[in-house]
Design a protein around this ligand. Sequence first.
Ligand code: PEP
Ligand code: CO
Length: 452
Amino acid sequence: MPESRATWSPTSWHDRPVVQQPDWPDAGALEQSLKHIASMPPLVFAGEARSLQTELAHVAAGNAFLLQAGDCAESFEEFSADNIREKLRVILQMAVVLTYSVGVPIVKVGRIAGQFAKPRSSPTEMVGELELPSFRGHIVNDANPSEAARIPNPDRLVQAYHQSASTLNLLRAFTKGGFADLSRVHAWTQEFVASSPEGERYEQVAAEIERALTFMRACGIDTESNPNLSQVDVFTSHEALILGYEEALTRQDSLTGGWFDCSAHMLWIGERTRDLDGAHVEFLRGVGNPIGCKIGPTTNAEFVLELCEVLNPSRIPGRLTLITRMGADKIEDGLRPLLRAVADAGHPVVWACDPMHGNTYATANGRKTRHFDDVVAEIGGFVRAHRAERTWPGGIHVELTGENVTECLGGGDDLVDTDLDDRYETVCDPRLNARQSVDLAFRVAELLRDFT
Ligand code: PEP
Ligand code: CO
């Protein structure tokens, strides 16, 4: 372990090897943007991050389930109230189906209000015949296929901050202002079931939820006036990739003196930046937020144990979420030794399944996609591994949108290759559309039914 691990500060990551950072062409302009962000109000508060950690502690203990969902990459262009509302609507619908079927509270965390930066496998990419610097997310550059568009522009850091603030503002309004009312959310789900080719399969669960609501009404419980049934907490999260931006929003909590990254409630470390001695692990180990780390197919038990020790040495329940993304064919066998090792070591982690990133492939005409069946299959393997090891399959981490895009194949509407051209709109990875997402919630509900 490097000696300097003893002393953490918001800048201690500067002394570590750092990957996946943009080559900002103008150091002065970058410094100005970061200074500006550092002078702005925090986006979230330490107390909120602590509340999320408490909820995640319930997940770690097997008494709650995590639903983390949203865009692969948020877009500066597709930024509208409708877009945010529709995404939230899908997350709430999924949460109701899961709450009812799994029988535990669902902790809702969006990949939203800050999910702008993308790690890339290669610094350049081919667009047709043209080799261009890779698109790194709207917080860095533009996706248009020209050299000029791909130059990292630090003004984008400031724009990302402002878009995050507006998004959060709307999320807070929607989740507290009647939009999340349970009866209303269920009514959407009934519409979905009625119009879904797979509807029959889901009818029983939908009818049971309806009966539960009717029963509550008969008992005089009115969802609209009961905050427990009409208001929800939706927390925010993103991959903490651009460390200068994260540092600029890292603030000392006046209550406890601890440091919190106030760009989001939860931050995670990606598959490409989880080097134990690297800058990303160094930065996140010191912030008080709940944090996640992606765990890909090349990990082993030894690495995961070290990661737990570095990121959560005090073994605080809810502090650390391990997000597996191994691929449908690898998850069951790959995960079991990790579950065993972490359980034997007594680390209180949340295990969440990202069934998207290990199942991405390109179609014949070069579009990146994922098949709904592989997504379900990976969650199936994840659940089976937990059942075998007697651990809790704590949650799912998915890429979705509330729009009826055509980016992933399969689902109740059985999208096929040729449908992808209709509405392929993602700025990065393919997302489940609204209907595929609710489909998925019902399928996960089936997989988890006999767990509780
Ligand atoms: C992502 O979550 O969009 C992502 C890039 O994931 P990973 O780090 O697991 O590849
Ligand atoms: Co992605």
